[in-house]
Design a protein around this ligand. Sequence first.
Ligand SMILES: [Zn+2]
Ligand SMILES: [Zn+2]
Length: 151
Amino acid sequence: MNTLEASHAPAPQESLAQYIRRIRTTLGLSQRDLAERAGLHLQSVGKLERGKTAKLNRKTQSGLAQALQLPVEYLEAISRGLAVAPAAVIKFCPYCWIPGTSPEPIWTHPRAKHCFLCGTALCSRCSQCQSSILSLSHRFCPYCGKAYKPS
Ligand SMILES: [Zn+2]
Ligand SMILES: [Zn+2]
């Protein structure tokens, strides 16, 4: 279990405001840095962290996810008041996965370690830079450009 990854998931009972503040400070960003990276007004970030913003629009959500290096699903879940299930970790078989499609649900099961079809160890991070995989609608790692599926 990767502790960095675990600490980046919303804690149970954590509010959106607390969550954003926690991740921002973990990354050593000021509110201004975050606003700049996420393409938001400094005031909007302040409002968010004071809990004055209950709902995020899609643009804010994706800006924040990118700036805070989080899967957008985490922000989506927490702003809707849902817990992030450990099953939200994206894992896939590098041989059986077809790029651009959703992973088989059984691959993302918290205890699944091997592909049920071919027995290969499942991947949950980029083979080149080790960044966690944010979405399998991406074919390539957004950080280093490596294809998720080996050719
Ligand atoms: Zn497989
Ligand atoms: Zn990478």
